[in-house]
Design a protein around this ligand. Structure first.
Ligand code: URP
Ligand code: ZN
Ligand code: ZN
Length: 475
């Protein structure tokens, strides 16, 4: 018998799961939760949570790390800096995207992405696929084989020239999702409307960052969301609409749910904390708006309220960061060489891996908009279920990985110099928060605490995914 059965005991925890809040000790052995109970015997190490909330480590099921780009654009975060940043903000599992380029085999994209991950990750990770070229080989051979190997989710785009699929292609890949039990994620914006509007804005000289929002009004998201729902209904397969920004898309999703369709939805911090005004003003500082260019764009205050309501009432299934780590300064980012470029050329996406959990805990739970259980459901349990990682990930239960966040309730001012990503700004600079993780445990190891970040490159394991378990696939 070893001297200590537990490697670590977290004592006096106020444990939160998607279902309950209860007080107990958490006994950890070999990286997993081995016991939940009171008066557990001492571990090799004990941490006193002193009655503070302890939640499952976050599962960020939508983030982009080291995704290949045409030069000079480059993502600043790789699997080292991205997972470092994640764990310092309470996220212990990430699911970035192995993106197929048009003309590339899907298998080659996955192999390349494994090389990029290498032995850099500090926390566990899985891959979604991005299917941009659904050739017969992809549809009939590569995609089914990859799903069987544990790549059970893929994203499809209705916009972006280098990624978008037409409706027939979307139906083809949804059919594979249905046959093989995979989860399809959909980026729903109407590409032709965006092109048409962009051309007219450019012809009128309206190229500053704020016109990005004019090129992508809510109706282009509404139309594409409705079309994605219809395509999913035709094939009779669930889909998950990613990064929903406001009322128009929300109404479509509510309508579909009312019909009994399995339409899942994701939203992100930018739709709670930014508005189109953050895309800049007129005048000499207009270029700064590039920092908040993402798609769909942030809307207005009333739409932020719609998104909060959707988080509280179950419309949204998951809350992800959509971390897209482009630097502002430098040759490779949003303001290349200090030049203001037309909004069409600003890489879309903003950083948010490290801030996702503290923002929602502060402004959702501590501000009284969400219960602690709803927070856990949205940030950990449902993403783990949607992508086949539950119950290993996303909950606090005997047998689950010991991925835990002990929360510290304290006032702080968010500033980029405190963050651990490789991006040179945060869109949330100067925001007042009321909480940050005191300690993050990743498979039982302290990865973040008062002393800072404790690196362990290569300790993060690649996880294959099972079938989604949000709901039975068939009624
Ligand atoms: O603007 C965004 N959302 N960029 C990241 C890529 C994507 O579409 O999710
Ligand atoms: Zn997208
Ligand atoms: Zn994204």
């Amino acid at each position: 018998m070893p001297e200590h059965f537990f490697d670590l005991v977290v004592r006096n925890a106020r444990v939160v799961t998607a279902a309950d809040v209860f007080s107990c000790d958490i006994g950890i052995r070999d990286g997993r939760i081995a016991a939940l109970g009171t008066d557990l015997p001492p571990g090799a190490r004990d941490i006193d949570a002193a009655g503070r909330y302890v939640t499952p480590g976050g599962v960020d099921a939508h983030c982009h790390l080291d995704q290949p780009h045409a030069a000079p654009i480059r993502m600043a975060d790789d699997f080292d800096t991205g997972t470092r940043s994640a764990v310092c903000g309470g996220t212990t599992t990430v699911i970035p995207f192995a993106a197929q380029q048009k003309g590339q085999s899907l298998r080659a994209a996955v192999d390349d992405y494994h090389r990029r991950a290498g032995d850099k990750a500090h926390i566990d990770y899985s891959f979604h696929l991005i299917v941009s070229d659904p050739t017969p080989t992809v549809l009939h051979e590569e995609l089914p084989a990859l799903i069987a190997e544990g790549y059970t989710s893929f994203k499809i785009y209705m916009t972006y020239d280098d990624l978008k699929l037409d409706d027939g292609q979307i139906l083809d890949v949804l059919e594979v999702a249905r046959q093989r039990g995979a989860m399809a994620m959909v980026h729903a914006e109407n590409a032709d409307c965006i092109d048409w509007l962009t051309q007219r804005l450019e012809a009128a000289g309206r190229t500053a960052p704020r016109f990005h929002a004019h090129a992508r009004p809510m109706l282009v998201e509404r139309e594409a969301t409705h079309r994605a729902i219809s395509l999913s209904q035709l094939v009779d397969v669930p889909i998950l609409i990613v990064h929903v920004s406001g009322k128009d898309a929300v109404e479509q999703i509510r309508w579909a749910r009312g019909l009994g369709l399995k339409i899942y939805a994701e939203t992100c911090p930018q739709y709670l904390f930014l508005t189109a005004e953050d895309l800049g003003t007129e005048g000499e500082h207009a270029y700064l708006g590039a920092k908040c260019v993402c798609s769909p764009p942030p809307r207005d205050k009333s739409n932020q309220d719609v998104i909060w309501n959707g988080l509280a009432d179950g419309l949204f299934t998951v809350f992800s960061s959509d971390h897209a780590p482009y630097r502002f300064e430098g040759e490779d980012g949003k303001h290349p060489g200090g030049e203001a470029v037309a909004f069409r050329h600003i890489p879309n996406g903003i950083p948010g891996l490290e801030t996702r959990m503290p923002l929602l805990w502060s402004e959702g739970v501590l501000a009284g908009r969400l219960t602690p259980q709803k927070f856990v459901e949205l940030t950990a349990t449902n993403p783990a279920k949607a992508y086949g990682l539950h119950p290993r990930k996303g909950t606090i239960a005997v047998g689950s990985d010991a991925d835990l966040v002990i929360w510290d309730e304290r006032e702080l001012t968010l500033t980029n110099s405190h963050l651990h990503h490789a991006v040179d700004y945060t869109p949330y600079e100067g925001m007042q928060l009321s909480a940050w993780p005191a300690i993050t445990l990743a498979r039982g190891r302290v990865a973040w605490d008062a002393a800072g970040f404790h690196a362990s490159p290569g300790r993060g394991q690649f996880l294959t995914c099972g079938e989604p378990t949000l709901a039975p696939r068939r009624a």
